[in-house]
Design a protein around this ligand. Structure first.
Ligand code: NAP
Ligand code: G4F
Length: 325
């Protein structure tokens, strides 16, 4: 019999890539969606999987809906990708962020504990938990946490409750501590997609400038499609564990901007970029760089798409969206 998986956050960036990956493996895939008058399936459409997923309704803020779902479905695997995932918004909506990102996973874990204890659980943890901390310039599974935003703090709770339910009740629970990963269906507010969308519009004469915040922040950027494979691999191991997933390369926002403009033939990008303080954060995470040796050794995982290639893929996709060939 084929395995089943419930994916929360199915309409976001990672949900569609993971759904596509699991469907190819023969899984029955359930996708959790909130009740909307008009849900947006465009990211699933992009990967041609909209009609292959079975949709179930629920909300990470509504414990009963999650209890009922797990009790009814008994999925083999739950991938908890749902979150208020935009760091900047978490400063203005700290309570909502905490409810969705911290209590949501707790509700799912309780549902599994009470109604389906053989269900495996994946928590979408994040490099944002490291914040200011590093060991000789990189972060790995042993690096302590020092989150710098309500988002980062909310994810630290989710990380530890995931570990705690493994240790307390013997549940199969994993944390994937993923560093930034991007794609043509990345949310438009995140800096990479904001840049590639802006660059495409500038190329086509639709806008004249691109307004950004801190260009000096450095991130370890990979391709979302590579990263969902790591999620799956963690859930297939004999023993549940926590893994850092990233490329091991760190680049600044400035470098991302330079390469994106270069890909459309513009060397003098400074003519188009305006620094706007509204896009800066009360507290910044200056430098993220993964050391993903454990994933490489235990999971046999490594990223396939390099940084320059990722920027090009995204710029090309945005140009195509605006009708350019
Ligand atoms: P995303 O594009 O922002 O998608 C998040 C999804 O969560 C959306 O589909 C959203 O649903 C759903 N959601 C939000 N609140 C909800 C609620 N109350 N009930 C049910 N669903 C809710 O995020 P992503 O980039 O795919 O990331 C997936 C996960 O990985 C997130 O947990 C994120 O924090 C984590 N993460 C991401 C990265 C990265 O670089 N992308 C790195 C590390 C960790 P709607 O569509 O209905 O709004
Ligand atoms: O693209 P960002 O908004 O992503 P951020 O804050 O790194 O968070 C993302 O990655 C995390 C993993 O580390 C995830 F957990 C989280 O859910 C999310 O997916 O910002 C990246 C950097 C920041 O340093 C920000 O200050 O870009 C800088 N930046 C500069 N100008 C900007 C802008 N960020 C945004 N969003 N918009 C700007 O105009």
């Amino acid at each position: 019999m084929s395995k089943s998986a419930l994916i929360t956050g199915i309409l976001g960036q990672d949900g569609p890539y993971l759904a596509d990956f699991l469907l190819r493996k023969g899984y029955k895939v359930y996708g959790l969606i909130r009740r909307y008058s008009n849900p947006n399936f465009s990211n699933l459409d992009y990967l041609n999987v909209t009609n292959k997923v079975d949709y179930v309704e629920g909300d990470m803020n509504d414990e009963a809906s999650l209890l009922n779902l797990i009790r009814g479905l008994h999925p083999d695997e739950v991938y908890n990708l749902a979150a208020q995932s935009f760091v900047k918004a978490s400063f203005e909506q700290a309570k909502l962020t905490t409810e969705v990102n911290s209590l949501g996973p707790l509700y799912l874990l309780n549902a599994i504990k009470f109604f389906s204890p053989t269900t495996k659980f994946y928590q979408a943890s994040t490099s944002e938990m490291f914040g200011l901390q590093h060991t000789n310039g990189y972060q790995d599974e042993k690096t302590p946490f020092h989150p710098r935003s309500p988002y980062g703090v909310s994810k630290v709770y989710a990380y530890w409750i995931t570990v705690n339910y493994r240790e307390s009740y013997g549940l199969f629970t994993c944390n994937g501590i993923l560093f930034n990963h991007e794609s043509p269906i990345r949310g438009i507010q995140f800096v990479t997609r904001k840049i590639t969308d802006g660059v495409a519009k500038i190329k086509l004469g639709l806008v004249k400038e691109l307004r950004l915040g801190n260009l000096e922040a450095k991130r370890d950027w990979g391709f979302a499609d590579d990263y969902v494979e790591a999620m799956y691999l963690m859930m297939q191991q004999k023993n549940p564990d926590d893994y850092v997933i990233g490329t091991g390369e760190s680049h600044s926002v400035r470098e991302f901007v330079e390469i994106a403009f270069k890909s459309i033939g513009i060397a003098d990008w400074k003519k188009y970029v305006v620094i706007d303080p509204q896009f800066k954060r009360p507290a910044e995470v200056p430098n993220l760089k993964a050391k993903a040796d454990k994933a490489r050794k235990n999971l046999g995982w490594k990223p396939k798409v390099a940084f320059d290639e990722l920027v090009e893929i995204m710029v090309k996709a945005d140009l195509k969206r605006y009708g350019s060939r």
